[in-house]
Ligand binder design. Sequence first.
Ligand SMILES: [Zn+2]
Length: 239
Amino acid sequence: MIAISKTRIKDFAGRVFGTTCPGCRRVSSSVCKNCVEQISQIKSSESSPRFHETASDKTFKNVIVAFGYSKVVRQMILSMKYRNMRSSVAVLGAALAERINQETAISHQKVDVIAWAPTTTRRKLERGHDHAEILARYVAKELQVPCQGILRRLTDQPQTGRTRQQRLIGPRFVSRPINNQCVVVIDDVVTTGTTLRRASQALYEGGAELVICAAVASTVLWQSSIESCELATARRSKH
Ligand SMILES: [Zn+2]
């Protein structure tokens, strides 16, 4: 008996017709209903780290995050990264734009420009695109804010595949001069936070008034590290 699973047939059909859901690879012209439902549940049930930063406090503190790093979200990020799938960009970008909107509305913060943390030149050439740029452009369009390539990456070492120690040192960026603007800098996934922290530093050096960091998803590591850090601070202030 030859048993071919339903998923395999669907996967095959998807490859033939070129129409699979980036979240689950089933036949669908875009992100399927099931996956959209799944990620909206993640959105409401997982509280992402909150964004608290004031203009006077020019240190990197927090990241606006749309999702936890679930299987579906991970698949969608990968499809955006390696295959430049528009339906993934649309779903993830819209969710991130919504989160940025929520958080900046709370603090009545007007966003002047959207930027991104550029990937390495090598990766960009290999893939034919910079997924962070595509994401940033989508978010900017949603928020009706200009998107500009403000940052340049000085190091060509990709973060993926590096040890935690190497990751903590992170890439180096340089910003073109910007005068007293509120910049939202975007990346796909936050792991240690180093890339966004470095990008943020460069933007402040370039003259930004406020830098807000935003990412589609954060790994558990990052979320728990923020929580434990906040708990530790709270405990210390009690004594
Ligand atoms: Zn799906």
